[in-house]
Design a protein around this ligand. Structure first.
Ligand SMILES: Nc1ncnc2c1ncn2[C@@H]1O[C@H](COP(=O)(O)OP(=O)(O)OP(=O)(O)O)[C@@H](O)[C@H]1O
Ligand SMILES: [Mg+2]
Length: 157
């Protein structure tokens, strides 16, 4: 089921990212939506900490960063592109090879052929520069079941 949580600092968004890492299975696709500076890369940093990888940088210039974490992760940032094909970037191959594929600015994609995973939406608040609402939307039945069983809404320690 779709749910949303709120965070009030980048540390909290990282912690939620770390909790979210439990949903990941090889080949999962995670679409990170939300405007500039809403915390997408911060969330990925937390996710990767949980997967024992500590060097997460925004892949704005490289387009795709590879992390050799406990589950390998390909981290794409498509901001600078107008429109791009999922396959053209080789993202389908990463996914087929068992990599988790995390995509910032997925609205640049002409289409996503295989929808197994999650869409996560980051929203700000005009009255509080540190408040973020993070909505989690499973994209398929398996992801919905995983999400329900983990009770991620209660991610706070
Ligand atoms: N609750 C919060 N969660 C996450 N980041 C926050 C929060 N409050 C403030 N921030 C700040 O917002 C910024 C988030 O930056 P980040 O690079 O993660 O955003 P992004 O969504 O990846 O942006 P871009 O689209 O440019 O890649 C950081 O400067 C961080 O310190
Ligand atoms: Mg980013």
């Amino acid at each position: 089921m779709t749910f949303s949580i709120t965070t009030t600092s980048s540390e909290e968004t990282e912690s939620f990212g770390a909790a979210f890492a439990k949903v990941l299975t090889p080949g999962s696709i995670i679409l990170l939506n939300g405007t500039l500076g809403m915390g997408k890369t911060t969330f990925v940093r937390g996710m990767l900490k949980a997967l024992e990888w500590r060097e997460v940088r925004s892949p704005s210039f490289t387009l795709v960063n590879e992390y050799y974490s406990t589950i390998p992760v390909a981290h794409a940032d498509l901001y600078r592109l107008k429109k791009v094909d999922f396959r053209e970037l080789g993202l389908d191959e990463y996914s087929d090879d068992g990599w988790v594929v995390v995509i910032e600015w997925p609205d640049r994609l002409t289409s996503v052929p295989k929808l197994e995973g999650f869409s996560v939406l980051f929203k700000g608040n005009e009255n509080d520069a540190f408040l973020r609402t993070i909505e989690v939307h499973p994209l398929d039945d398996v992801s919905r079941d995983i999400c329900d069983s983990l009770d991620l809404e209660n991610w706070r320690p």
